[in-house]
Design a protein around this ligand. Structure first.
Ligand code: NAP
Length: 281
């Protein structure tokens, strides 16, 4: 299969290209240096000769998006639309990576794939617009929402918290936001399996199973790094205000994956143990 991966130099894109090549796929990875996805002219014909386009490119600076929503919209919504149009024109499948930030985080049970989109941040609004743009432009799409991503090829929470713990001897970490830490390698594997299974067009949740808080994840990261988890101190969101509101509850259900016979990613704690040597290494 011939795959085009955008955002190929990013945290997810780097692992996706490697996973796909490892499975014998023919892969072209592109990044902003070669194609700016906000440029509609540059995207015309981009998907010709590909079977699948996976859009890992995004404006991911959640706090910066609050003060420059048009810049985030240009990448997350217009860029996604440009790619989806190109994919549809060439008969390719379009895989759009989306986010838990399309939800408001007030639920008390895992969000279904069909739950209403109620983003509370500029980043979330632009990613929600990207989802709708892809649905409108390319009927043969897979929207795959992920959350709490970590990986070896970008700044991410576990490596940052371990560095802070080593440098300062302790860290305050919020306990009142829960979610599903998800390894970029596992998400890459899931995207490949979804496409190989010829899953019906629609929306799927690509997160680990189970749930924890940032505090719980920080303790697991410390333990994996040989740092005393007791150095992680509990705090709450009130003591850690940032420009963009964070969802308190970012747990996504995996009913759509199960309904098409594709196994969800495993339990977050077991997957973190598998990932830690590579991510912290
Ligand atoms: N990280 C998370 O926790 C998380 C959670 C939920 C969902 N997601 C989603 O997962 C996907 C991958 O995220 P990630 O963490 O791997 O992001 P990332 O490391 O920030 O990578 C994004 C890539 O997109 C590129 N890009 C930005 N604007 C572009 C443009 N106009 N044209 C072409 N390329 C452009 C960036 O290039 P530059 O470096 O040059 O800007 C970067 O290489 C995104 O859709 C994100 O919204 C991430």
């Amino acid at each position: 299969m011939r795959w085009l991966v955008t955002g190929a130099a990013g945290m997810l894109g780097t692992d996706l290209v490697a996973v796909l090549r490892g499975r014998g796929h023919d892969v072209v990875g592109i990044d902003r240096d070669s194609v700016d996805i906000t440029d509609p002219e540059a995207c015309v014909g981009l998907a010709d000769h590909f079977d699948v386009v996976v859009n890992c490119a995004a404006f991911t600076a959640v706090d910066a998006a609050e003060s420059d929503e048009p810049a985030a919209f240009a990448v997350n919504a217009v860029g996604a639309a440009n790619l989806a149009r190109a994919a549809h024109r060439s008969g390719a499948r379009m895989v759009q990576i989306s986010t838990d930030y399309v939800f408001d985080g007030t639920a008390v049970a895992p969000y279904a794939e069909t739950a209403p989109l109620v983003p509370r941040s500029a980043y979330g609004r632009t990613k929600a617009a990207g989802e709708w743009a892809v649905r409108a432009e390319c009927p043969d799409h897979l929207v795959v929402r992920t959350a709490w991503l970590y990986g070896a090829h970008g700044p991410c929470f576990p490596s940052t918290i371990v560095r802070v713990l080593r440098e300062r001897g302790g860290a305050d970490v919020v306990v009142d936001q829960v979610g599903q830490p998800t390894w970029t390698v596992d998400l890459a594997d899931l995207v490949e399996r979804l496409v190989r299974a010829d899953a019906p067009a629609g929306t799927y949740h690509g997160t680990s199973s189970g749930q924890t808080s940032w505090y719980g994840f920080a303790r697991a990261a410390a333990a994996a790094a040989g740092v005393d988890p007791a150095a992680v101190r509990e705090t709450t969101s009130e003591g850690f205000v940032r420009p963009a509101p964070r969802p308190a509850y970012s747990v996504l259900g995996h009913g759509a994956l199960r309904s098409v016979g594709v196994d969800p990613i495993g339990e977050w704690a077991a997957r973190w143990r598998a990932a830690a040597p590579e991510v912290l290494g």
